[in-house]
Design a protein around this ligand. Structure first.
Ligand code: GCU
Length: 425
């Protein structure tokens, strides 16, 4: 009997891609506390409900980030390379090597472009990249990562080493010239410097380095996972940026695309130093509601079906909600609400149906009451906007034409929003 049962358990339901087939669902209200009481003011949110929501998100989705403050006291940051005439003289490029828990632990490489000629410290965008810092710009001086990179960026010899062939291949996703021209700095770090993105990748990253059992750690339910490690890395990158006099650490936006958008949301939720939090097409396990069954589902992403999904991104309990999303005591709007009252931007692409564009909008909409309770204008819209139309006041949203990507159109929206909430001049 065991075999047929296993087979049944492993049959993946057809992906829903048709709005009329979305089953009904009910969302828990983030403004009702665990005891069932309505949260009525900012003080109550701040002092009791926000910590409850944080715990719900930790326990059920990403796991708890360990308190590493003692280890961080040994942090060291060194300038490896700098050029005040980068990008044709428009910016100063600096490459830092940072050992966030001291030189006995691993390091990460931070690439930074700061516009030249600014009158004082400038605001910045900080985000992780998928393939190495050298993929984010055409600039020949950007160093290759020495850590594991996935096949698509790696040498043909199967060694998972980065090579020149990746240089500039992601440049359209970063738009550094545009950022610099508008007075913003850009900082980026390769996500694999914190944790290579494969099931055993943690053994080569900071989760192992920070665990007393190192690469032998047996992760328990509630422990952090890959997204948690990346989010931690974003905070350590902000620590390093905060020591750069040309950057104003009080005006740093955290941004991420797709899986790295999930990480940017979790970083922004936990680390209130981020002045603006941006999710570019973060989808399932990011801004998109999980109880709304459309595109990728909790079951698929959390690894309930053989050969599918990314269980190493999440804490174990998340997979228990596979095909049982209705049992989740929270949804992704709880995560988005943790950003409040700080500004949030959620963006989708209309052809990115796997990420459920409308579910991303509805996630932002369901978080909106928390922003408003905290005195912010929030989304200011309750109707899914037309393609290409921007909505929102302190929660921005747009769904642009096209595929799963980060484009100039997305950046223009983020920069216009940033001009309002963390202006360059
Ligand atoms: C896969 C995954 C998504 C993720 C995406 C990405 O498609 O299913 O959840 O966002 O990869 O990171 O590009």
């Amino acid at each position: 009997m065991l075999l047929p049962l296993l087979f049944l358990a492993a049959t993946m339901p057809a992906t829903i891609d048709d709005e009329s087939k979305v089953p009904p669902y009910t969302l828990p209200d983030p403004l009702v506390d665990n005891a069932g009481n309505k949260v009525v003011d900012a003080k109550q949110w701040r002092e009791s409900r926000r910590p409850e929501v944080m715990k719900l998100v930790e326990e059920n989705i990403y796991g708890r980030t360990p308190d590493t403050r003692a280890r961080q006291q040994a942090a060291v940051s060194e300038v490896v390379e700098t050029d005040a005439q980068a990008l044709g003289g428009k910016a100063t490029r600096t490459q830092l090597k940072v050992w966030p828990i001291g030189k006995s632990g691993p390091a990460f490489d931070l690439l930074l472009y700061v516009p030249n000629g600014a009158k004082g410290p400038v605001p910045a965008f900080l985000g992780l990249n998928f393939g190495g810092n050298h993929t984010t710009v055409e600039d020949k001086a950007v160093l290759l990562p020495s850590t594991w990179v996935s096949k698509q960026w790696a040498a043909a010899d199967g060694s998972n080493r980065a090579t020149e062939k990746g240089r500039g291949t992601q440049a359209s996703r970063w738009q550094v010239e545009t950022l610099v021209a508008r007075g913003f700095a850009l900082a980026t770090v390769y996500c694999g410097d914190f944790e290579p993105d494969f099931p055993e990748g943690w053994k080569q990253g900071f989760r192992a380095a920070l665990s007393p059992e190192g690469a032998n750690t047996a992760w328990k339910d509630g422990d952090w996972a890959g997204i948690g490690a990346w989010a931690w890395g974003l905070s350590r990158s902000l620590d390093a940026l905060a020591k750069v006099p040309a950057v104003d650490a009080k005006r740093v936006a955290v941004i991420g695309h797709s899986r790295l958008g999930k990480a940017s949301l979790w970083a922004g939720a936990q680390d209130e130093r981020f002045a603006l939090v941006i999710s570019n097409e973060s989808g399932c396990g990011g801004a998109a509601l999980g109880k709304r069954i459309f595109g990728e589902t909790v079951g698929v992403i959390a690894g309930a079906y053989p050969g599918r999904g990314f269980p190493h991104w999440f804490t174990a309990r998340y997979s228990r909600f596979a095909e049982k999303e209705h049992l989740m005591p929270l949804d992704q709007h709880h995560l988005l609400a943790l950003v409040a009252p700080r500004p949030l931007y959620v963006a989708s692409a209309v052809e990115d149906r796997w990420a459920d564009p409308k579910g991303e909008f509805l996630g932002a909409l369901a978080a909106d009451p928390v922003f408003r309770l905290l005195g912010q204008p929030g989304l200011g819209a309750d109707v899914y906007p037309a393609v290409g139309q921007r909505v929102g006041k302190s929660i921005g949203y747009h769904v642009r034409a096209g595929k799963h990507d980060v484009t100039l159109e997305d950046w223009q929206a983020y920069l216009d929003f940033a001009d309002r909430v963390m202006p360059a001049k």
